[in-house]
Ligand binder design. Structure first.
Ligand code: GRF
Length: 205
């Protein structure tokens, strides 16, 4: 069976994207990153993708009058690159139901908290303000509702006294890199099953 073809959507730094690309190159994930798409021309991750000979395509959302026309172009590029699984990795645009339903069960997101806690973009600030003692990260299939969908992998990170958004964010990010690779490895190995909106993992042989 040929390797799973992954398309990664980014908006910035791309450290999750980089760890996915490296894990595919090492053969840890039986997949190939077929293309990287950014809605921002200055996204740092684009350089990394190009340096690894992966097509890195900019589709500026500002060029489109509504979300769906922007997403139609993304969809076209993904299809042209024979993408089978879409990975959101710091992609800072909300996707409409048109897109999420088109790619249902074939689109994965990473969020820097233990969902369903602390959805949105201020997760570390909110976890600190709430006084939570444990946070973490979640890799999940994406549904139309933001930061929601069947959970594939979660990793816990203790919140330490004296943590700032930056120190906590750094420790969570290290776990994100591991969690995303773990989830994609299982998907590529066909071990991830969604039943009634919950994920069940087939044990490795
Ligand atoms: C990560 O914390 C991810 O969970 C969130 O956005 C951040 C992206 O970081 N969705 P990077 O671009 O992968 O370095």
């Amino acid at each position: 069976m040929s390797d799973l073809k992954i398309g990664i959507l980014i908006s910035g730094r791309g450290s999750n994207m980089a760890s996915i690309i490296e894990a595919c190159e090492r053969g840890e994930i039986s997949a190939q990153v077929a293309c990287v798409i950014s809605n921002k021309a200055d996204a740092k991750g684009l350089e990394f993708a190009k340096a690894h000979n992966i097509p890195a395509i900019v589709i500026p959302h500002k060029n489109y009058e509504d979300r769906q026309s922007f997403e139609e172009v993304i969809d076209k590029v993904l299809t042209e690159h024979n993408v089978q699984l879409v990975c959101l990795a710091g992609f800072m645009r909300l996707l409409t139901a048109w897109f999420t339903e088109r790619w249902t069960d074939r689109i994965v997101n990473i969020h820097p908290s233990l969902l369903p806690s602390f959805k949105g973009t201020k997760t570390h600030k909110e976890a600190l303000e709430y006084g939570a003692k444990i946070t973490g990260c979640t890799v999940h299939f994406l549904r139309a509702e933001m930061d929601h969908g069947p959970i594939i992998v979660q990793k816990a990170v203790p919140i330490l006294e004296g943590d700032t958004e930056e120190t906590l964010g750094q420790r969570v990010l290290q776990e994100e890199h591991k969690a995303y690779v773990e989830a994609l490895k299982m998907i590529a190995d066909n071990r991830v099953n969604i039943i009634d909106e919950r994920v069940f993992i087939t044990q490795a042989l």
